[in-house]
Design a protein around this ligand. Sequence first.
Ligand SMILES: Cc1cc2nc3c(=O)[nH]c(=O)nc-3n(C[C@H](O)[C@H](O)[C@H](O)COP(=O)(O)OP(=O)(O)OC[C@H]3O[C@@H](n4cnc5c(N)ncnc54)[C@H](O)[C@@H]3O)c2cc1C
Ligand code: SF4
Length: 473
Amino acid sequence: MKKIPIKAQEVSPAARVGNFQEVVTAYSEEEALSEASRCLQCKEPLCIGGCPVGIDIKKFIYHITQKDYASAYFKIKEKNNFPSICGRVCPAEYQCRKACVLTKRGSSFASEQAINIHFLERFAGDYGKNNDLDTPVKKENQLSKFKVAVVGSGPAGLCCAGELARKGIKVDIFESLHKTGGVLRYGIPPFRLPWDILDFEIDYLNKLGVNFITNFIVGKTNSIKELFEQGYASIFLGLGAGVPSFLGIKGENLCNIYSVNEFLTRVNLMSAYKFPEFHTPVNIGRKVLIVGGGNTAMDAARVALRLQKIKGMALDVTVVYRRTEAEMPARRLEIEHAKEEGVKFEFLVQPKEFSGDDQGLVRKLICLRSRLGEPDSSGRRRPITIEASEFEVDCDLCVIAVGLKANQVLINATAELEINKDSDIIVDPASMETSIKGVYAGGDIVGGEGTIIEAMGMAKRAAHSIIDSFGQA
Ligand SMILES: Cc1cc2nc3c(=O)[nH]c(=O)nc-3n(C[C@H](O)[C@H](O)[C@H](O)COP(=O)(O)OP(=O)(O)OC[C@H]3O[C@@H](n4cnc5c(N)ncnc54)[C@H](O)[C@@H]3O)c2cc1C
Ligand code: SF4
């Protein structure tokens, strides 16, 4: 008899929209065993090829079927430092689950029948964390004479630091913000990734001896050259893509139009979700528009909805996207969650200009309808605006979530660092070394806007190159 896929439980939309608590509940042991038992233990496990860091998915699922959760945890940790994080936010439907043999071939994302690898990864990851399986051991050895500077404390920086510190190398992480974690802290809201999960990983690195230095902008506070002069043998750059793109249309400078970074950062880092305890300077409108179709847009929409609810307003948040739902780059689960919670969607809509009132506050978005044409370089069908299709949408808050670009401060201050036309740092893909000897890079600053697991994969590669270079020293 065909076994039914086990979906993780979720808090009901009505209950969750009034707070920032985690939406998806962990598998119970029974659910994990039942889901793991659906895995066919394929001779050729296609799922592994779909994982950017090549986790032995078949094997860790096998360990779960044997109730050997510790082995499942360590099997994942061989390739992925943060299973509890990735099990929650990896876009598995485009990666391992899409590659699973149970997904219909040719599908653009995972079928329902595909094994819920991410929920099983979260189960194993949380088991390891809750049972303190991975005790950080501070090592002193011949590598301890080397000191490495890691710039940026997002997933790339954290992963690189962990790999190095476990080998006994001394690591200082420099972070420009006052809090660590990069997008995991200031971008992704806690209803998707609770901060205690991130704090656990950071605490782990602390115990390994990693030193965190916040409010420190490399490229301004100190240059790369100065870091070398201070005795760092190598430097890893995990600067991320923190610069927002804009639409470049008339009226975009009106008040109450935020970039997605600013909106989410204010809410997450300045405790807006704790209203009325905190009076965070972030406006929340009665009619909110979010422009974009990626994860950032879904996060902004769901955050705006929660803030409306917490402030006792009627819920009115609309996502405006220039293509159709099928082309949206956001995770399927986030789109479903947004819909369930009451976010409205306007597809095939191209913003043309904003108009405001006499106080300079945004009041309307003027748009054009579009239709889909031929695929563009991203493989998605290009939106083509339809002439004379203009219409207006009322709004008193708008969040622009149409892409993120490389952080520039350090790049502008470091002439010898080679970059490409998008201002991403160019590296040797095998070693992740940049054009400056001893300086490595990884994550969104190299690949452009990507995913957490991809950032970690690059960081791991860079860390191993650094370790190898010390071996030869
Ligand atoms: C809102 C949002 C939601 C997302 N959702 C998902 C998701 O569900 N799943 C997924 O896989 N991916 C998601 N992503 C993408 C993912 O978060 C990124 O791919 C990932 O965080 C990249 O990691 P990173 O370490 O390269 O950069 P970041 O996480 O951006 O970290 C870079 C860090 O470097 C610091 N920094 C920058 N310049 C300097 C400097 N000069 N000196 C010192 N510090 C500096 C920054 O302050 C930042 O803390 C999301 C992104 C956003 C913005
Ligand atoms: S997860 Fe899917 S592809 Fe991987 S071993 Fe199990 S059934 Fe096969």
